[in-house]
Design a protein around this ligand. Structure first.
Ligand SMILES: Cc1cc2nc3c(=O)[nH]c(=O)nc-3n(C[C@H](O)[C@H](O)[C@H](O)COP(=O)(O)OP(=O)(O)OC[C@H]3O[C@@H](n4cnc5c(N)ncnc54)[C@H](O)[C@@H]3O)c2cc1C
Length: 421
């Protein structure tokens, strides 16, 4: 049914990345759609939000306290940034996994653990090729089972692969207000699965129930703080010769030279070992992890205030974020060790994970954007292939087929314009 001067009235529920992407894709057709976006929280952005911090103390006035970053394959995410005038800032990510010689490794310099597990790392490269081809079958399996199936050792799984899987999270919104009833032709639900299920109630179809019930939620907490002593007690954030394996090849020599250089700020990261992303596995339960970010090293606003070529801020001025996962495993958490007077903020998140019976774990900012665009596409919006590029278009078409069972039809008109330029 079309109304509003021949336009379809669409209600987009949820102003996170998915909802905003959906609304933005629909808004490209002002002749076809009249779009209203509803957000329950006091601000839009959902999990991709920022908070204010004290610039005089920490060297920047704001901080991303949810989504921290994305990889170069996040074409839709960065496409939207550019479309709305925010140039994405590149960062050369330095990661630090584990603590002490037997479990520490990094992407910055050679480590003993990586040397010990080098055969399994090579094997993982071969296995990943198979996984790529057999994605529809193997994608249904949890990573832990996949690793066991291919006979990887527990040490390899717990110390290298599982820490790489950053666990994503969701916040718990709540808002009740009396409003005038409004009528819409279409509804795009871009809220969390459990909220969407509640909203649909008895109107949910079996397919909607199947999808929305296939998601399990966990409660996690992020603590944003400046307790550098706590951070150092959990993670390796300084170069130590004892952690470094022999520089046996020219490329390893270069890595060690880089890691041991006097730390210096660059627009896109740091010279010297200045890690940004940390993972710690609990020795008593090695497949459970605590994650951390040194936001001062990671987020560009701090670096741009420090200035290229300058040394880092003192550790006590750094802003860290520690993520404690799954409150049912609270007994592992060391949250009480963070000094109260160093805490900038605490935030609870409602995190989801797919059960083995469902599809892939897809809780990434990019997938949220693609899911929103896909919802808009299903309602009749065209896909902006020129704006996002070929790689993004291919990803979108696969998502559409996998998640919606719908084949993507390229927008011939925009292709012809592109071809004639
Ligand atoms: C701490 C943290 C760090 C993360 N880091 C990264 C990262 O570095 N890289 C990455 O790729 N991903 C990261 N993620 C995951 C990423 O944030 C999410 O995949 C993505 O932002 C989800 O977007 P969304 O729109 O689906 O959901 P959300 O952002 O949760 O948005 C849903 C919105 O719906 C609203 N809503 C719910 N119910 C209603 C209702 N009834 N009416 C109106 N509005 C409603 C909510 O308030 C919310 O704003 C992180 C997540 C968290 C929590």
């Amino acid at each position: 049914m079309a109304s509003d001067q021949g336009k379809k009235r669409v209600a987009v529920i949820g102003g996170g990345s998915a909802g905003m992407s959906c609304a933005a894709a629909l808004a490209q057709h002002p002749d076809k759609f009249s779009v209203i976006l509803f957000e329950a929280a006091a601000h839009i952005c959902g999990q991709a939000a920022s908070i204010d911090i004290d610039e005089s103390k920490h060297g920047a006035s704001w901080l991303n306290d949810g989504v921290q970053g994305g990889s170069a394959i996040f074409r839709h995410t960065f496409g939207f940034f550019r479309r709305y005038g925010h140039e994405p800032q590149e960062v050369k990510l330095q990661a630090s996994f584990g603590k002490r010689r037997d479990s520490f490794w990094t992407n910055v310099f050679p480590s003993h653990l990586v040397d010990e597990l080098s055969q399994e790392i090579k094997k993982l490269g071969r296995v990943l090729k198979w996984i790529k081809y057999l994605l529809p079958i193997l994608g249904l399996m949890p990573v832990k089972i996949l690793l066991r199936l291919f006979r990887f050792s527990r040490d390899f799984s717990n110390k290298t692969v599982l820490p790489l899987l950053a666990l994503p999270m969701y916040p718990v919104p709540s808002s009740e207000r009396e409003t005038e009833p409004e009528h819409f032709d279409e509804l795009a639900l871009c809220a969390q699965a459990d909220d969407a299920k509640k909203l649909l109630g008895k109107h949910a179809t079996w397919r909607e129930k199947f999808i929305l019930e296939g998601v399990r939620f966990y409660n996690d907490i992020t603590v944003t703080h400046s307790d550098s002593k706590y951070f150092q007690s959990i993670f390796e954030n300084r170069f130590q010769m004892a952690l470094c394996a022999d520089a046996t090849t020219p490329s390893r020599k270069d890595q060690v030279l880089f890691a041991t250089s006097e730390p210096q700020c660059r627009k896109d990261g740091w010279i010297g070992f200045q890690p940004m992303h940390f993972v710690h596995s609990f020795p008593s339960d090695p497949d459970k992890i605590e994650m951390g970010f040194d936001c001062t090293n990671y987020q560009h606003q701090f670096r741009s205030n420090i200035g290229e070529g300058n040394p880092p801020q003192e550790q006590d001025r750094h802003v860290f974020q520690t993520i404690f996962l799954n409150d049912q495993e609270k007994q592992l958490w060391m949250i009480d060790q963070i000094k109260e007077d160093k805490i900038i903020g605490k935030k609870w998140w409602h995190q989801w994970g797919h059960r083995w019976s469902h599809y892939l774990r897809v809780n990434m900012h990019e997938v949220a954007c693609v899911s929103g665009i896909a919802a808009a596409y299903r309602l009749g919006a065209t896909y902006d292939s020129d704006g996002f590029g070929e790689f993004a278009e291919d990803f979108f078409s696969k998502y559409l087929l996998l998640a919606h069972g719908v084949r993507y039809k390229p927008n011939k008109q925009s292709r012809c314009i592109g071809a004639s330029l």
